[in-house]
Design a protein around this ligand. Structure first.
Ligand SMILES: [Zn+2]
Length: 49
């Protein structure tokens, strides 16, 4: 059921900088695929490791 009224936003940990980042509205439709906190971290992947 939907309709929960919580001040809780989903959170993920960025594998590049290892920092937790929270849901943002701009990710509303892509959240499940978002893995990095920022474009910079996203493009930094594969740099080492
Ligand atoms: Zn990051």
């Amino acid at each position: 059921m939907k309709g929960h009224k919580k001040n809780f936003l989903p959170e993920k940990t960025c594998p590049t900088c290892n920092r937790p980042f929270k849901w943002r509205k701009k990710w509303a439709k892509d959240w499940e695929q978002v893995r990095y906190c920022s474009q910079r971290c996203r493009s930094a992947k594969g740099d080492s490791g």
